[in-house]
Design a protein around this ligand. Structure first.
Ligand SMILES: Cc1cc2nc3c(=O)[nH]c(=O)nc-3n(C[C@H](O)[C@H](O)[C@H](O)COP(=O)(O)OP(=O)(O)OC[C@H]3O[C@@H](n4cnc5c(N)ncnc54)[C@H](O)[C@@H]3O)c2cc1C
Length: 358
């Protein structure tokens, strides 16, 4: 019998996969394989922050749409990235932790070790955030983050409007402790996007113990004796089986990870039987209860001409606010966007263009 060639196999080279592959391969005795369905080379537009809306359909994205939604009776674009960096290579580059109450609620509901204070050392380790409070923010980490400088005049006007309405102006809205509105930190370095692949993976690609396979679709996991022993993938018309001596880590995203478990027979037995998949482990809940965050847009026309946004991510400021003052924590994230666009389902000013629709 051949010895497995890999100690760790990471499926999906998105945000999580890049961090995991880089961290696991720090130990030079650990042989790490990272498998990604998308390509190795980013499109030129992926480096240009203001072009991210053009990436949501095309080779850097899976380009899927939802089923018709009950509330609107329309389907909606469901973007997720593919290629090294995954969704971090097509996203809007807002670098924010959310609010500490979100993590503390996880811990309160039983996710031990996932409260804000538990995670703070990891947040700090990931970032290089100059000029912030060192008790809260990190320096020297792989992700260099900071606010737009200078902010677009429309964004500054939005922040002033928020203050006039009575909301606090946050000094560091990305830090996780404040409510109100402020300039968010962005994953933009010298005017270019910094994806998780740029920050974590590219600098370590020459490690002899790290193998990265792109253009390879993982189609199933081989499970024997209650352990995942191998990963099956298809590349260039060939079927390959990669054996694993240690751990297989699924980092294929919210949707891709659940899909791969289901394809491998891990999920609700009745559903698997319906679609003709042999059950390996009856695990109710896999592939269910997806919670996404829909965007509801409010579009304004400017009273006077404004400069077209160029070098930034089109959404430089965010707000964390309570939809009801009686709530004990913020439950809404407001994003100020300076691009003239609106969802196709709502009426916008004549100068704005509708965003992608099916
Ligand atoms: C349009 C958009 C804008 C966003 N804006 C922001 C923002 O401004 N700020 C923010 O914090 N977050 C933002 N997000 C969310 C953020 O990017 C994601 O939460 C994060 O990248 C998810 O990381 P992940 O590792 O779980 O998945 P992903 O980064 O999506 O990685 C999954 C990877 O697995 C690969 N894969 C999937 N299935 C398979 C398979 N079977 N075989 C091989 N490979 C597979 C995919 O191709 C992909 O590369 C945005 C997301 C999108 C789509």
């Amino acid at each position: 019998m051949n010895m497995p060639e890999h100690d760790f196999i990471v499926v999906g080279a998105g945000t999580a996969g890049c961090v995991l592959a880089a961290t696991l391969s720090e130990d030079e005795r650990a042989r790490v394989l990272l498998i990604e369905v998308g390509g190795a080379r980013p499109l030129p537009a992926q480096s240009v922050p203001s072009l991210w809306p053009t990436l949501l359909q095309g080779p850097a994205s899976w380009g899927e749409f939802t089923v018709k939604q009950a509330a609107t009776e329309t389907s909606t674009l469901l973007p997720r990235g593919r290629g090294l960096g995954g969704s971090s290579a097509i996203n809007a580059m807002v670098f924010a932790r959310g609010h500490r109450s979100g993590y503390d609620r996880w811990a309160g509901e039983g996710a031990k070790g996932w409260g804000f204070d538990d995670l703070l050392p990891y947040f700090k380790r990931s970032e290089n955030a100059a000029g912030r409070d060192p008790a809260l923010r990190g320096s020297g980490g792989p992700l260099t983050v900071g606010p737009a400088a200078p902010a677009h005049p429309v964004i500054e006007a939005c922040l002033e409007a928020a203050s006039e309405t009575g909301y606090a102006r946050a000094a560091d809205i990305s830090g996780g402790l404040e409510e109100g509105f402020g300039l968010a930190d962005l994953n933009i370095v010298h005017g270019r996007r910094q994806s998780a692949a740029d920050a974590y993976l590219t600098p370590v690609l020459d490690r002899p113990n790290l193998t990265v396979v792109t253009d390879a679709l993982v189609q199933g996991l081989r499970i024997h004796g209650g352990r995942c022993r191998a990963v099956e993938y298809r590349t260039g018309g060939e079927r390959v089986t990669a054996d694993c001596a240690g751990e297989v880590v699924l980092a294929a995203g919210t949707i891709g990870t659940a899909q791969l478990l289901l394809l491998s027979g891990i999920g609700p037995a009745a559903h698997l039987a319906d679609v003709g998949i042999r059950t390996v482990l009856d695990l109710p809940g896999v592939g269910a209860a997806l919670h996404d965050h829909p965007i509801a847009s409010v579009v304004f026309g400017a009273a006077r001409p404004v400069l077209a946004p160029k070098s930034s991510n089109l959404g430089e400021a965010i707000g964390l606010v309570r939809s009801d003052p009686s709530l004990d924590a913020p439950d809404l994230q407001v994003l100020f966007v300076d691009a003239p666009t609106h969802l196709p389902s709502i009426k916008g000013p004549g100068t704005a263009t509708p965003s992608a629709s099916p």
